[in-house]
Ligand binder design. Structure first.
Ligand code: DND
Ligand code: ATP
Ligand code: MG
Length: 253
C-alpha cells in the first residue's frame, strides 16, 4: 500500500473539520453512530477538532442487537451528547406503503431514513452533517445513493478502509470496535467483505494500483500474485458505480 504520514493526516482532518464548521458559521456537527469503526473514527476526530460540546451523535438502530451498546460506548467514551432513535417504525411504514420490499431495498430505505434524521437535526440546530464514507466504499459504490453517502463533509473520503483502521488505532477508538467485522448492518449477519466478495486488504491493494497509480490490469495481477479476473471484477465495481459519485446530469443543449 501507499505510505502515509498518519500523524499529518490526522492533523489535516482535524484542521479541515474546524475550518469547514467555522466557514459555514455552524454551531457543531451531527454524526450517525453505528457502533462500527468508520463512524467511531469520524466521531473521535470531530471531537478532537471541535470539543465534545459541539458534536451530536445519533444512534439509529433498526434491529435490536449489540451494535447499540458499541455505539453508546463510543459516545460515552467521548462524552458527547447522543440520542437513541429507533428507525423501525419509519422504515416499516415506508415498506408498507410500497407494498413490501426485498431485503436490499429495505436496507437502502434504512440508510436514507438515517440521512433524513441527520439533516433534520442539522437544520434545526445549525449543525453540519459529517459523513463516514471511506475511499474503498466510495470507489466501489458500496453505499446507498443519497443515503449514507449524503453529507456536508466526509473526513475519511480520501482514506482506504485499511488506512481508517490505522487511524482508529492511533486516536484511541476502542479495540473492540476496531476488531469488529465491517458490516452495513442492513440485514442480520451482513458483512461488507462477503457482499463485496473480496477482503478490504486485497481490495485496497487493487484499488490503489488501478485508480491512483493507473496501472495496467495484468501488471497489477502479476504484482499482487492474483488472477487478472479479480482485478477486472474490481474495475467493474468502479465503473458500474460511476453514477453514484456525481450529481445527476442532463443532456447537452
Ligand atoms: N447507470 C445508472 N445511472 C444512473 N442511476 C443509476 C444507474 N444504475 C442505477 N441507478 C440508480 O441507483 C439505484 C441503485 O443504487 P442504490 O439505491 O444505492 O442501491 P444498490 O447499489 O443496489 O445497493 C446499495 C449497496 O450498498 C451497500 N451499502 C448500503 C448502505 C451502507 C453500506 C455500508 O457499508 O454501510 C453499504 C448495500 O449493502 C448494497 O450492496 C437504482 O435504483 C437507480 O435509481
Ligand atoms: N444503527 C445506526 N445508527 C446510526 N448510524 C448508522 C447506523 N447504521 C449505519 N449508520 C451510519 O451509516 C454509516 C455507514 O455504515 P458503515 O457500516 O459503512 O460504517 P461503520 O458502521 O461506521 O463502519 P463499518 O463499515 O466498519 O461497519 C455509519 O458510519 C453511520 O454513520
Ligand atoms: Mg457498519
Amino acid at each position: 500500500m501507499r505510505t502515509i504520514d498518519y500523524d499529518k493526516v490526522i492533523n489535516n482532518i482535524v484542521m479541515f473539520t474546524k475550518e469547514k464548521v467555522n466557514e459555514a458559521g455552524a454551531n457543531g456537527v451531527v454524526i450517525g453512530i453505528s457502533g462500527g469503526v468508520d463512524s467511531a473514527t469520524v466521531a473521535y476526530l470531530a471531537t478532537k477538532a471541535l470539543g465534545k460540546e459541539r458534536v451530536l451523535g445519533l444512534i439509529m438502530p433498526y434491529y435490536e442487537n449489540h451494535d447499540v451498546e458499541d455505539a453508546k460506548l463510543v459516545c460515552e467514551n467521548l462524552g458527547i451528547e447522543y440520542k437513541l432513535i429507533s428507525i423501525k417504525p419509519l422504515v416499516d411504514e415506508i415498506e408498507k406503503s410500497v407494498g413490501g420490499l426485498d431485503i436490499k431495498s429495505k436496507g437502502n430505505v434504512m440508510s436514507r431514513i438515517r440521512m433524513v434524521l441527520l439533516y433534520a437535526h442539522a437544520n434545526s440546530r445549525n449543525y453540519l452533517v459529517l459523513g463516514t464514507s471511506n475511499k474503498s466504499e466510495f470507489l466501489t459504490g458500496y453505499f446507498t445513493k443519497w443515503g449514507d453517502s449524503a453529507s456536508d463533509y466526509a473526513p475519511l473520503i480520501n482514506l482506504y478502509k485499511t488506512e481508517v483502521w490505522e487511524i482508529a488505532k492511533r486516536i484511541g477508538v476502542p479495540e473492540k470496535i476496531i476488531n469488529k467485522k465491517p458490516s452495513a448492518g442492513l440485514w442480520e449477519g451482513q458483512s461488507d467483505e462477503d457482499e463485496l466478495g473480496i477482503s478490504y486488504k486485497l481490495l485496497d491493494e487493487i484499488l490503489y494500483r488501478l485508480v491512483d497509480l493507473k496501472m495496467e490490469k495484468d501488471k497489477i495481477a502479476e504484482e499482487l500474485g492474483i488472477p487478472v479476473e479479480k482485478v477486472e471484477y474490481v474495475e467493474h465495481l468502479v465503473k458500474k458505480s460511476e453514477h453514484k459519485r456525481r450529481l445527476p446530469i442532463g443532456p447537452e443543449l
